[in-house]
Write a protein that binds this ligand. Structure first.
Ligand code: DX5
Ligand code: ZN
Length: 214
């Protein structure tokens, strides 16, 4: 599977967000990763509706929404209307995983299911055939700039093995601490969608940094 690079805007310069969106696309990123945090599911609050509308209005590449929000189904339709190209939510954030997947699909976009580092793969195994992507968090969600957790590699391998056994071309996304060193580890474990924030936006040469992740 081709490696897809999704640039996490949480690490962008918010005083010049449009410029950083263009910079990421020009550097060869495939998607823009948009982290929505509600201050409940995770401690911090990031950005929401008006920023998503602005970003998807100018984005030259698809906007990959990562909801770190309690009871995410409440927001699916509006984020799709605001231009999300795909929506990923956390299994830990809802009692109705299937209903939330269905709500995303009803908007005509692919659904992704995320798990935190301590959530076992067995919790989401039955949902794998229903989604386009599984996001294995490689840090605790909530903040950028954290160190990659190597204990998550085994979970990536487990998800890939399950998808292969079901003969599914599943996208496996990783998010948190992805840089020139950790990228090869997660790719070897079976991830094909790499989210990267601080590593890409702090790079002197973003194009080179993107290539180093592939
Ligand atoms: C963390 C977010 C990530 C974050 C990654 O909860 O979901 O997308 O921006 O940042 P880095 O790449 O800096 O670890
Ligand atoms: Zn994210």
């Amino acid at each position: 599977m081709n490696t897809i690079i999704s640039a996490s805007l949480l690490a962008a310069d918010f005083t010049d967000l449009g410029c950083d969106c263009e910079r990421a696309a020009a550097a060869g990123c495939d998607w823009l990763h948009f982290d929505i945090m509600d201050g409940l599911f995770v401690p911090s609050i990031s950005f929401g509706d008006p920023v998503l509308q602005c970003v998807s209005g100018i984005a030259e590449i698809p906007v990959d929404v990562h909801m770190m929000v309690t009871d995410p189904v409440r927001y699916v339709k509006r984020y799709a209307d605001f231009g999300a190209a795909r929506i990923t939510f956390h299994s830990e954030a809802t009692d109705d995983v299937i209903g939330t997947i269905d709500a995303i699909k009803a908007c005509g976009i692919p659904a992704g299911l995320a798990i935190k580092p301590k959530t076992p793969v067995s919790e989401i195994e039955k949902y794998i055939p229903l989604v386009d992507m599984v996001l294995v968090m490689t840090v605790e969600p909530g903040f950028g700039g954290q160190a990659f957790m190597p204990e998550t590699l085994d979970k990536i391998r487990q998800v890939r093995a399950l998808a292969d056994a079901m003969d599914l071309p599943l996208n496996i996304q990783v998010d948190g601490g992805i840089n020139g060193k950790t990228a090869s580890l997660v790719r070897e474990a079976g991830a094909n969608v790499l989210v990267s924030g601080s590593y890409l936006f702090a790079a002197e040469d973003m194009e080179k940094a993107v290539s180093s992740l592939r």
